[in-house]
Design a protein around this ligand. Sequence first.
Ligand code: ZN
Length: 166
Amino acid sequence: MITLKFPRTRGLRGVHYQLPDHIQVLLRQYRQRAGQNEMGGLLAGWMRQKCMSDVWTISHFSLPSQDHPAGPRWFQLNRQVAQNFIDDLFVASSGTVYFIGFWHTHPEPHPSRSRPDERVIHDLFRNSRLEISTQLGIIVGNQGSLYAWCQRADGQISELPNKRYF
Ligand SMILES: [Zn+2]
């Protein structure tokens, strides 16, 4: 299990995201190889509150799909696919599992987010009816590193440095 811990800042609660082993296996499997386009999908999970932080367990992970436009160095979520995922999840889980963000790959060993990556989350906050105030972005490097950032609805961002997990 990987835990991505975003500490408490400026009076805001900390946010932790737990990635169970089977999701770690999937992220590892989808590392971008030479000649491939970037790929990615959506993340969802459930939350419990601890005294200082919200702890999310990621339970749903959507696999790469041709529905999301991408090139060797860019990735964009298909807005309708994202909306369907959010709506289906809400119904299927009776409102207990929430959409929490998205993952995608980069063709580099030490990835970090781009402006378009931030824009994906910004647009989801603006265009989708979400119950959450923070979203998680995960970028999978091509040699086993993950980069993660947490973006709040007001645009505030915290990030975790690259770390090699697999
Ligand atoms: Zn990116």
